[in-house]
Design a protein around this ligand. Structure first.
Ligand SMILES: Nc1ncnc2c1ncn2[C@@H]1O[C@H](COP(=O)(O)OP(=O)(O)OP(=O)(O)O)[C@@H](O)[C@H]1O
Ligand SMILES: O=P(O)(O)OC[C@H]1O[C@H](OP(=O)(O)OP(=O)(O)O)[C@H](O)[C@@H]1O
Length: 216
């Protein structure tokens, strides 16, 4: 960790555009090519900020280990990763929700419900709280396929517009939680660079979409 530079881990992919817009609203002068460049480390010219561009699911790892002081990550990724980071601000971007879904009027013939998901921790916690024993099937994407081809009785996955469910003839059975992206901070960085990080947090709160502050 360099003491004078603040390193910010950015999630590539879906959140990236929303996160860049938010940073620009917060006064960060991101270069025009920020979104299109293939470089994975980008330093700003006039401010002591370094951006590292990571896969969304890896952002909490970079922040927990201190390779980045700060990061932006979806609440889904934070819950699933269980990484030891401070969650400082709900940025209100990339909003969606986590849901249980499956075929309409489906009734399982299995002894335990078979649940396919990219989020085994979130799914098992949900069913544990309901006192239901399940068989988890971990998948990496195209989760909606599983109930259609009989691999699972239901899925636990993200729903945003609902288009993927609709186009695949699935319905939502239950909503687990709202999801949005959060600003996360490495605890040691926060101790050593508190003033600089607090300034960033304030800028982000002022520019966030209906943000709230909180340290989890
Ligand atoms: N349909 C969606 N609408 C809005 N936000 C979403 C949606 N799907 C996911 N997200 C949010 O965006 C984050 C990153 O999603 P994205 O699909 O870019 O990454 P990913 O799951 O690693 O993708 P891939 O594995 O396909 O590269 C998720 O953690 C979640 O918070
Ligand atoms: O409600 P919607 O607006 O249709 O969005 C929901 C879809 O978006 C995500 O998938 P993603 O596009 O990230 O692809 P994946 O199958 O690789 O996870 C999520 O897993 C759903 O499949």
């Amino acid at each position: 960790m360099n003491d004078s530079i603040i390193t910010i881990a950015m999630p590539k992919g879906r959140i990236f555009g929303d996160a860049c817009n938010l940073l620009r609203r917060a006064g960060f002068e991101l270069p025009a090519a920020f979104e299109t460049a293939r470089r994975l480390i980008i330093d700003l010219d006039d401010e002591p900020f370094r951006f590292i561009l990571a896969k969304p699911v890896d952002v909490p790892t970079y922040v927990e280990y201190g390779a980045a002081d700060i990061g932006i990550a979806g609440k889904d990724v934070l819950l699933e990763s269980g990484r030891d980071v401070y969650e400082m601000v709900d940025l209100g971007i990339s909003r969606c929700h986590m849901a249980v879904a499956g075929l309409p009027n489906h009734s399982s013939k299995r002894p335990y419900l078979q649940i396919a998901t990219k989020y085994p921790k979130i799914a098992s916690e949900f069913y544990r709280k309901r006192g239901e024993q399940i068989d988890l099937i971990a998948l990496n994407g195209s989760i909606e396929l599983a109930p259609i081809v009989g691999l699972a009785d239901a899925i636990v996955d993200i729903v945003s517009t609902g288009q993927t469910l609709r186009e695949n003839g699935l319905v939502e059975y239950a909503k687990l939680m709202d999801i949005s992206s959060r600003l996360i901070v490495n605890p040691v960085s926060y101790r050593l660079k508190k003033e600089a990080i607090d300034r960033i947090v304030s800028r982000m709160i002022a520019s966030a979409e209906g943000s709230t502050i909180g340290m989890d």
